[in-house]
Design a protein around this ligand. Structure first.
Ligand code: 5RP
Length: 237
């Protein structure tokens, strides 16, 4: 039921937000797969001329696999719309991302997009970050400094651990050759302040806190309906 909810949210977002001649950021994760499939259908049916900027190895592969036009920030430094998933979305459109280990490239692509559209099922919705996503904030770190960075995160009140790979011994290595630390801070009432403190730690490349970046969210509900929120029209209630 949740897969169908993810699929419906992704398809509606593509139908409502994507137009001909757009440069589109393609997020990472399982929900984005449905968005790319819908993009492919629309390109084939409507002959859309779009360029796609990937946020990970996975999304680059998805773009190519679906016969879409793969581009880059060098060729298209301004993106019209990025469609991406999230691990949690709070009432003020702040996000936790990076469950799939791609938070750096996802944040870069989002930051150079005029609009960031989030697609998710309704389980991801919360009032405050940390209420639903209990695995901690994903933090990409340079390999040489992971131990002092973990110490700093603990000093800030977090429970921090290096993310281990599942089908390989040792740590997860990101698409950029770095490591991921997952840092749990409980319920986060002020994610903006936490993000500023994290970014002061030397060795952190990027964090999975996306503050004030999402412009729209499409939640797929298990009854088949979709709830669409726009950040400029107020909080998600
Ligand atoms: C990957 C991400 C994903 O967008 C996030 O984990 C959501 O994934 P899914 O759509 O599979 O639930 O941030 O780094």
């Amino acid at each position: 039921m949740f897969e169908e909810a993810k699929r419906a949210a992704a398809r509606l977002a593509v139908d409502e937000c994507i137009k001909d001649k757009m440069v589109i950021g393609i997020g990472s994760g399982t929900t984005v797969i449905y968005a790319v499939q819908r993009l492919r259908e629309r390109v084939e049916k409507e002959n859309l001329d779009i360029a796609c900027i990937p946020t990970s190895f996975q999304s680059r592969h998805l773009i190519l696999e679906n016969g879409l036009h793969l581009s880059s920030l060098e060729q298209h430094p301004e993106i019209d719309v990025t469609i991406d998933g999230a691990d949690e979305i709070d009432a003020r459109f702040n996000l936790i991302k990076g469950g799939g280990g791609c938070c750096t490239q996802e944040k870069i692509v989002a930051a150079y997009s005029k609009q960031l559209v989030i697609i998710a099922d309704s389980r991801k919705k919360s009032t405050y970050l940390g209420q639903k996503w209990k695995k901690g904030i994903p933090i990409e770190v340079l390999p040489s400094v992971y131990v002092p960075v973990i110490n700093k995160l603990v000093y800030l009140g977090g429970v921090a651990k290096l993310r281990s790979a599942v089908a390989k011994v040792g740590p997860v290595i990101t698409d950029n050759g770095n490591l991921i630390i997952d840092a749990e801070f409980g319920v986060i009432e002020d994610p903006g302040t936490l993000e500023r403190k994290l970014k002061e730690i030397v060795g952190i490349v990027e964090t999975g806190l996306f503050i004030d970046m999402a412009s729209e969210v499409y939640f797929g509900n298990v009854d088949g309906s979709i709830t669409h929120h726009k950040s400029r029209t107020g909080e998600i209630v």
